[in-house]
Design a protein around this ligand. Structure first.
Ligand SMILES: *Cc1c(COP(=O)(O)O)cnc(C)c1O
Length: 432
């Protein structure tokens, strides 16, 4: 890495545990292999928005996963990672003509989000028939989880055709009767905060609808069910719960026909593949003493973010961990005081190996479980440059090796992105 991976100009960096990501990908595949009939086609398409990093997409492809993309940008990343079009699924909730035309020409699986989008696909199929697998997203309206903004199966969710709306179910059946090329059904019932039972109920509703449609059509026109992602992540301890195996077992029990080989299967997990394997590491500049009262001295407020653990318990008062799930998603994360501040225990990096590497300076804060969504939803506020992201894994002899996943954004890149090439563009505009 340029100038050492943790240079003086990098106050913040992202770390990804590559062995952990491989392990999670393997657990996902193994879970569904265990419960699906032999020979069932299964595609696990990683939701790119959870970690839009080309090397990560290539790593996951190496582990047998594909990509779920929701924009031309995400599709470009998947292609840059060498993910085959046959292992890519396009799901964005508002697809342009150009986006649809490209996907159909490439043979990428497309899930139409709504009747308007289906009409666009009708027109394209009329002028240039495609063999791309095409599906329709539905909203089984099984209800929301504990986080409203992340629930996509409520009555009023704007994604997919809402099945319980008046006339909607019949409209969906008609859509398939009229279009022999419409061969997939898709649902993604929510992200984080969804109980497994509710997720399984959504998948069951999808399956029942597919059976009904195939019955009405008189043949097995729907050949693949896309059950989305949404497996919740435990942010309060090291434990990975629930597991893919638990979910696959529950699906096996709740919707036996789903995994019986009657249908091919697509999944779209994001958060559950990456969250536990990422750490945001930040250098502590100083302990600010201006705030009052003293117990408010070091809060780092992260409104609206999911719960995050920091790497060491809060010193002093109770010694309890800085967050509890019930505080989430709106709470203050208090950082322990630093060795350069007035108080005792320094914040040191202690990953799950428990060791604190000797090459680290003493004062760093680590935010655990930040492998999903954090590196793809960076904040451009205050023109803070995007931090570098580095993957690490042990060599066979136990030494930890690092690789650059994303170089830190330079100030030059940042100014370019903010329009420096057009610095004088407004000079004469609107002047009398
Ligand atoms: C966000 C999203 C996913 C991934 O959800 P996770 O909670 O990260 O597993 C999958 N499918 C669709 C359509 C999505 O919008």
């Amino acid at each position: 890495m340029r100038g050492g991976w943790w240079g003086p100009h990098e106050p913040v960096a992202g770390l990804l545990d590559i062995a952990g990501i491989r392990r999670s990908a393997g657990e996902l595949r193994a879970a569904f292999e265990e419960f699906t009939a032999p020979g069932t086609p299964v595609l696990h398409a990683f939701a790119v928005k959870a970690a839009s990093l080309v090397p990560v997409l290539e790593l996951l492809a190496q582990e047998g996963l594909g990509c779920e993309v929701a924009s031309p940008g995400e599709l470009a990343l998947a292609r840059a990672a060498g993910v085959p079009v046959t292992r890519t699924v396009l799901d964005s909730p508002a697809k342009t003509h150009a986006e649809l035309r490209e996907a159909l020409a490439l043979g990428i699986a497309v899930n139409a989000d709504n009747p308007e989008e289906l009409a666009r696909i009708d027109a394209l199929m009329g002028s240039a028939p495609s063999t791309a697998p095409i599906g329709l997203r539905v909203n089984p309206q099984i209800g929301g989880g504990t986080i409203g903004a992340m629930s996509t199966a409520t009555d009023t969710s704007k994604f997919g055709v809402a099945l319980r709306d008046e006339g909607a179910r019949e409209w969906v059946v008609r859509a398939f009767l009229d279009r022999p090329w419409l061969t997939r059904l898709h649902a993604h019932v929510g992200s984080q905060g969804m109980p497994l039972e509710l997720m399984a109920a959504g998948v069951r509703a999808l399956f029942v609808l597919a059976e009904e449609i195939n019955e009405r059509v008189g043949l097995r026109q729907i050949d693949t069910l896309d059950i989305g992602g949404g497996l919740p992540v435990n942010f309060s301890s090291d434990a990975t719960t629930p597991t893919y195996r638990e979910y696959a077992a529950l699906l096996h029990a709740t919707v036996p026909g789903l995994l019986s080989g009657r249908y091919g299967l697509v999944t779209e997990f994001g958060r559950s593949l990456l969250a536990k394997h990422g750490t945001v590491l930040a250098r502590v500049e100083y302990a600010k003493s201006a705030a009052w009262p003293p117990h408010r001295r070091h809060p780092c407020r992260l409104p609206r973010s999911p719960p995050v653990r920091s790497s060491s318990p809060m010193p002093g008062r109770s010694g309890s961990p800085p967050t509890t799930p019930k505080d989430a998603p709106r709470r203050a994360l208090r950082l322990p005081r630093t060795s350069r501040g007035r108080a005792a225990s320094p914040v040191t990096w202690s990953p799950r190996t428990g060791r604190s590497p000797s090459w680290m300076p003493a004062d760093h804060a680590a935010l655990l479980d930040t492998g999903a969504y954090y590196f793809s939803t960076h904040f451009a506020y205050n023109s803070l440059p995007r931090p570098g992201i580095y993957g690490y894994a042990p060599d066979p002899d136990g030494t930890i090796r690092f690789a650059t996943i994303r170089t830190p954004q330079t100030l030059e890149e940042l100014t370019t992105e903010s329009g420096s090439a057009h610095a004088s563009a407004l000079r004469d505009l609107g002047r009398p």
